[in-house]
Write a protein of this length. Structure first.
Ligand SMILES: C[S@@+](CC[C@H](N)C(=O)[O-])C[C@H]1O[C@@H](n2cnc3c(N)ncnc32)[C@H](O)[C@@H]1O
Length: 263
């Protein structure tokens, strides 16, 4: 037992770090301190040649390090094939455990927060199951949710309001049922489907005067924000962009109409 404990204390740590939604300044002091001292920075990518937005957000922090960190690229292809995805998580978990077992501390960087719709969650679960001797820590990040609300100046919830967070790709019926019970809704991954959601929102009792803010690439150099009423949405130009989020409020919240062309 003593030997096991001693060995465990020699094993490094795996830390999930939220690096914020896109503005390099929206990162916690704790994340910055940790990124300056860890041995390895694990960078998730959708394919080997894809650039990493998360890595670009911490470039200035890594440049201040006394000694460069080892960068470990982990590929997680966007797939709905569960067994293919599991294979990737297992392989990444193995690589991380190997580094930790050699005494290294590894930081996995993720956009926004690690426990809010992030690949980090699958890796965390896989490591927990297969390599329980690796200690894990999570450093929360500013989510796209709170950053988009702040940028649009549209509050997410107040008093006894109920807020729903909906990934836009789910079944329309489920969206309708959820919307019926919500005062405010945040639609994730919504650009391609947002206009198609309007009749559902109207069926769920949202009027044409409901407040809508659509934020694309919040905090990034090509950020765009459009704010108005539900009745305006059919006229909006909404290009497909993965980094898009909509906030819809039942109430007619006072807004500064900011009608930028989203293109
Ligand atoms: C897989 S989730 C990642 C969420 C992230 N972990 C967080 O805490 O914000 C990706 C979705 O988050 C939203 N998102 C993430 N970053 C964003 C940004 N900078 N601007 C607008 N939406 C963003 C979009 O709806 C996108 O489709």
């Amino acid at each position: 037992m003593l030997q096991k404990c001693r060995w465990k204390s020699l094993v490094g740590k795996f830390i999930g770090i939220g690096v914020g939604p896109g503005d390099p300044e929206l990162i916690t002091v704790k994340a910055v301190k940790t990124l300056k001292t860890v041995d390895v920075i694990a960078v998730p990518k959708t394919h080997a040649d894809a650039p990493s937005i998360a890595l670009s957000l911490i470039k200035h922090i890594l440049e201040e390090r006394a000694k460069p960190a080892e960068v470990l690229e982990l590929v997680f292809p966007m797939t709905k094939n569960e067994s293919e995805a599991k294979k990737c998580w297992a392989e990444s978990a193995r690589l991380i455990a190997e580094k930790a077992e050699s005494g290294k501390t590894i930081a996995f960087i993720t956009l926004g927060d690690p426990f809010f719709y992030s690949t980090f969650i699958y890796l965390f679960q896989t490591l927990k199951q297969k390599y329980p001797h690796v200690t894990m820590e999570i450093i929360p990040g500013v989510t796209s949710l709170t950053a988009c609300a702040a940028r649009a100046q549209v509050p997410l919830a107040e008093k006894d309001e109920v807020i729903a967070i909906i990934p836009s790709d789910i079944d329309f019926k489920l969206i309708e049922e959820t919307a019926e019970h919500a005062d405010n809704i945040v639609f994730m991954k919504c650009a391609h489907r947002f206009k198609a959601l309007m009749p559902i929102l109207e069926k769920s009792g949202f009027t044409k005067n409901a407040t809508v803010a659509l934020v694309r690439r919040c905090g990034m150099s090509d950020e765009a924000v459009i704010i108005g009423r539900l009745g305006d949405v059919p006229e909006w130009n909404i290009p497909e962009d993965y980094f898009s989020m909509a906030i819809v409020k039942r109430s007619e919240f006072p807004i500064n109409r900011e009608k930028e062309d989203l293109l």
